[in-house]
Design a protein around this ligand. Structure first.
Ligand code: ADP
Ligand code: ZN
Length: 433
């Protein structure tokens, strides 16, 4: 099967909206079977027949992560458990984890969705696809696994960690494509160079799918250069299946969000009102083709915007801008609001710097300060006056961007902790937050 689903991917807005309304009405009837939505609909006096247009979706209350936690484990199930075939769950660091249930049909749809994304960026059954995500409850593992198999690629389910083994597989199996977290992609490349392997010449890599954490355009370009590949931004979250929700096309200018799978809204997180295209707000998603656990107007807490205009690739599904982070990633320091990604954007422009950095917020005397430790790249000098000049220049650029002056420290390569999972970029040690 070809995974360029031309009719669906280039559908006219009018036909898409007809399609969405039909699927939305089905979804709402389905959702009403779950204990959670049964109660929700009762409280808000909504019956499925009240939803007569896409506009009417706005009358349904939002669903939050808290709602998911409170209905742990099965309160959101809209079909009997014997018809469910898999559970995924996301980290339960604060209270109950969130659980997502899937039927066999849900999993089948999800595999199609991921296969469609991979096909879009040029991957075919001739590719050898290595997945460096953790398997198990984390959706980046099985999600990409089944998508890549659906596409017909030869899959290498390497899973997370063990960098030397990843590199051996890449070389020995002739891996052409990786799914990898951006912070780990730069680390993997650095280890290759340390081992005397030039990934641009000594491997067959041509494509990487990077996602699961916010990253800057500068970080993407760095990954592309280091590995000699095209890197495509992929967005997903367990609550919305996992990978495949939105993905860049070959234009690398925004992520197409598959509107035959989800209805997308962007709202102002304070007023909860919709914001116009081009304006950043919180992404709110409604599943329209899930049966085991539909989610209506789910507040993702992710901040992005809809890019106005059509995509030259011909696909009509809306494009989301690169993610700014989550509303809870925002740092407020000395009354200034900022996101770690703004800092990364500046650091990645300096060839003298490596890819690993750590932002620490700390109370010094009576004031809160930002400390940024960033690793130098291996090739760089240890000449003190050169380093001093460099520190000054980076600090100046950071100050221009952030409107406050961080205390920057250039540290030797390899001196900051590295992780296999999502990178922790911020440590908040402030006494009063
Ligand atoms: P957890 O909540 O445990 O991290 P997930 O693995 O489901 O669980 O993570 C989903 C989240 O990861 C998204 O809500 C988003 O914040 C982040 N994320 C995923 N892909 C991207 C991406 N391409 N760019 C920025 N952030 C991303
Ligand atoms: Zn496109």
């Amino acid at each position: 099967m070809e995974y360029w689903q031309k009719e669906l991917e280039t559908i006219s807005r009018e036909n898409l909206e007809k399609f969405q309304l039909e699927k939305l009405q089905q979804t709402i009837r389905q959702a009403a079977n779950s204990p959670f939505y049964k109660q929700r609909f009762k409280e808000s006096g909504i019956t499925p027949s009240d939803i007569r247009s896409l506009e009417d979706l706005k009358n349904i209350p939002f669903t939050t992560k808290e709602d998911l936690r409170n209905s742990y484990p099965y309160g959101m199930a809209a079909i009997p458990l014997r018809k469910c075939v898999r559970i995924h769950s996301s980290s339960g660091t604060t209270g109950n984890p969130t659980v997502v249930l899937h039927s066999a049909k849900d999993l089948d749809q999800w595999a199609n969705q991921v296969a469609r994304c991979m096909y879009m960026v040029g991957l075919r059954d001739t590719d050898i696809f290595q997945n460096t995500s953790g398997y198990g409850m984390f959706t980046g593992g099985l999600g990409f696994q089944y998508g890549a198999e659906r596409l017909g690629a030869l899959t290498v389910p390497a899973a997370a960690g063990n960098t030397k083994r990843q590199i051996k597989f890449i070389k020995d199996f002739g891996t052409t494509c990786l799914h990898i977290i951006p912070s780990y992609a730069t680390r993997l490349a650095e280890v290759m160079y340390e081992m005397g392997i030039d990934p641009r010449k000594d491997t067959k890599l041509h494509t990487v799918c990077i996602g699961a954490e916010p990253h800057s355009e500068e970080q993407r370009r760095r990954i592309e250069e280091l590995l000699g590949v095209k890197a495509y931004n992929c967005f997903g979250m367990s609550e919305m299946n996992g990978p495949g929700v939105a993905f860049e096309c070959p234009e690398q200018n925004g992520l197409h969000i598959w509107e035959d799978y989800t209805i997308v809204e962007i709202i102002d997180p304070v007023t909860l009102q919709p914001v116009p295209d081009g304006q950043v707000g919180e992404l709110v998603l409604t599943t329209i083709n899930r049966e085991a656990m539909p989610l209506l107007r789910y507040r993702t807490r992710d901040l992005t915007c809809i890019l106005p205009g059509d995509c030259p690739c011909g696909r009509t599904h809306k494009r989301l801008a690169r993610f700014k982070g989550r509303s809870d990633d925002m740092i407020i320091l000395k009354g200034v609001n900022l996101f770690p990604i703004q800092i990364e954007k500046i650091l990645m422009n300096f060839k003298e710097l490596g890819s690993n950095y750590l932002i620490t917020l700390e109370t010094v005397g009576n004031s809160d300060e930002m400390f940024i430790d960033v690793e130098l790249s291996e090739l760089f000098t240890d000449d003190y006056s050169v380093l001093q000049r460099l520190t000054k220049e980076i600090t100046r650029q950071l100050k221009d961007e952030l409107l406050l002056t961080p205390r920057l420290k250039l540290v030797a390569k390899g001196s900051l902790p590295t992780q296999d999972g999502k990178a922790v970029r911020v440590k908040d040690l402030r006494k009063t937050i």
